[in-house]
Design a binder for this molecule. Structure first.
Ligand code: ADP
Ligand code: MG
Length: 265
């Protein structure tokens, strides 16, 4: 098995992240002093009610937004823009895939212009598509695929760059329940096979417990980390046995308590 909770190398440090937006002519502080660390090979979910600042935090980690204070450190180096070895998947797959390109060139997009030989690009694209269960879909257009399949293509595109750190913002929020379970299992499989470190934002507490080595609970206005919850459920996990484990119910109740009533008004 690849590194899980036993991992000891620190992959990501989020330290003192504070961020305000200007709205209605005044400063509105969204995040205040957010601190946590992620070890190499871990899956960490960030949970919190809608509007807490989860996307703001993930975009800051991805280097797509600048914080007002604090720092993001990847592999020991403070990053000021998109970190090398980092890939991002967003919720809205329909806007992230280019409808005029077939699946293979969509997945190849992040590899373009980087001096990677064409045959190596193709190898990576095909491996990524096989990893997400879409080995046969490369010659189709995104709009010929279901929503769940399109989100798999978005994940394949992130994997094609062979990231060490995969950041995902509510990636399964727009798909049906069955597809959501399948995609959760896909994340576990990808971590198992590639040893990638995953930071995933979700508002779904069951999902956070099911996937994570540790859950980062955000709460308060402005938001900060209310607790980092260890999830000692064994791997490999599966939807039936893991969720039937009495500890699963205890953990979800615990996480819920840490974010409940802390939704911004
Ligand atoms: P979450 O992802 O947890 O739902 P967000 O990070 O999207 O939360 O938003 C947190 C708060 O910041 C919300 O009140 C939102 O309206 C506000 N916000 C987010 N992005 C911007 C922006 N670009 N400009 C102004 N306010 C923003
Ligand atoms: Mg969000």
């Amino acid at each position: 098995m690849v590194a899980t909770t036993a991992a000891t190398t620190t992959k990501l440090v989020v330290r003192g992240i504070t961020k305000s937006y200007l709205s209605d002519g005044r400063e509105h502080e969204v995040l205040s002093g957010v601190d946590f660390e992620v070890r190499s090979g871990e899956i960490v979910c960030i949970v919190g009610p809608s509007g807490t600042g989860k996307s703001t935090l993930l975009r800051t980690i991805a280097g797509l937004t600048t914080a007002d204070a604090g720092e993001v450190v990847v592999d020991g180096t403070a990053v000021a823009g998109p970190a090398p070895g980092c890939a991002v998947v967003f919720q809205d797959y329909s806007r992230s895939l280019l409808p005029w390109l077939k699946v293979e060139p969509n997945v190849a997009l992040p590899l373009r212009g980087k001096g990677i030989p064409k045959d190596e690009q193709l190898r990576r694209v095909r491996r990524a598509l096989a990893d997400v269960g879409l080995a046969e879909a490369g010659r189709r257009y995104p709009w010929q695929l279901s929503g769940g399949m399109q989100q798999r293509v978005s994940i394949a595109r992130a994997l094609a760059s062979e990231p060490e750190l995969l950041l995902m913002d509510e990636p399964f929020a727009s798909v049906d329940a069955q597809t959501r379970s399948d995609l959760e299992d896909l994340v576990l499989k990808i971590r198992e096979e590639r040893g990638v470190t995953v930071v995933q934002v979700t508002h779904d507490i069951d999902e956070s417990v099911y996937l994570s080595d540790r859950v980062v609970a955000l709460g308060g206005t402005p938001a900060s980390v209310t607790e980092i919850v260890d999830v000692p459920l064994p791997f490999p996990r599966n939807q039936h046995d893991t969720k039937a484990d009495p500890r699963f119910a205890q953990l979800r109740t615990h996480v819920l308590e840490r974010i409940r009533g802390m939704s911004p008004s």
